[in-house]
Write a protein that binds this ligand. Sequence first.
Ligand SMILES: Cc1cc2nc3c(=O)[nH]c(=O)nc-3n(C[C@H](O)[C@H](O)[C@H](O)COP(=O)(O)O)c2cc1C
Length: 350
Amino acid sequence: MLFEPIKIKDLTIKNRIVMSSMCMYSSSDGFPTDWHKIHYGSRAAGGAGLIMSEAAAVEPRGRISPYDLGLWKDEHIAGLKNLVDICHDFGSKVGVQLAHAGRKAESYGPWERRGAETKGSTEAIAPSAIPFGQNWHTPNEMSVDDIENVKTSFLNAVKRAVKVGFDIIEIHAAHGYLLNQFLSPISNIREDSYGGSFENRQRLLLEIVKEAKNLIPNSTPLFVRLSCVDYVQGGVTIEDTVKIAKNLKDFGVDVIDCSSGGIAEEETREEFPCFQCSFAEKIKSETGVMTMAVGAITEYDQAENILKNKQADLVAFGRKFLRNPYFPTQWAKEKGIDFEVPLQYKRGWM
Ligand SMILES: Cc1cc2nc3c(=O)[nH]c(=O)nc-3n(C[C@H](O)[C@H](O)[C@H](O)COP(=O)(O)O)c2cc1C
């Protein structure tokens, strides 16, 4: 099943293999660089059906690092269009992941040397003034105006993503970033209509999704990435996430991209093969929405079984793609599956 096409709305993806979103920390002022052309281009040449972009910031202070990709100004459109065109030439579809880091915004890149100074950016904003962890700056609690501005930033980024020509738009509401911070009681203790009750904590994400749907062509699928569990006492559980997923489905979301964790330093997350697949399965079976499985999936049989057992509709790979951009072609050839490779590389796969 891994190499069978899948149709989501009017979009046909040639196989179920997805490159998961992965920050490359190689942008300059949000613009893609030559690195991105090589990186995304080779995964497309390697046979990925769908390539999800790394987190693209909707505003500069929402960047995970100063080197994040961005879609906060119109000038970003042309470079991203070029990247999408490169991947389309190889037959891959491309999705953009729109993100805001909230209290996890950083003023350093991950491989920049730093001493003992406090982590995070002093400009970071969050639903409540609670730091991510011990040695982190306390974020600035957002006013209702700040919330409106962030919503506008997401929606403007959606409009730009449509202009770029992305095949899919994904809202990043996982990994402890801003929209996840609103969803979780660990990071959201607001007392207004955006905090407190479970319903209030979902409000910002649902408002963004509802308005985004009006800006996206009917044929373009909308994905949402969720952290299905917080792994923190008193945090979001899979039962909560099933309810959120149900609401997202009702608001027109096509696929829930099922990840987990990232909300606070004290989380107790353990990684093992397919450790997030049960979340994708539960959400799919209990809500009927399509799901994407991700997390420590590295073997062909694992991926096949996820699809055969109806745990998910798409299988995403992160670090495996960093190690080998050509594993889709390699798997197809090993299994005797008819598979298009770029003409220039044909002699390497005969
Ligand atoms: C270098 C790197 C950067 C990542 N950046 C993002 C990101 O921008 N957005 C996101 O949702 N997940 C990000 N992730 C998480 C991956 O998308 C994926 O969920 C995770 O690596 C688990 O999948 P894997 O076991 O196949 O690597 C990143 C992971 C890595 C290794």
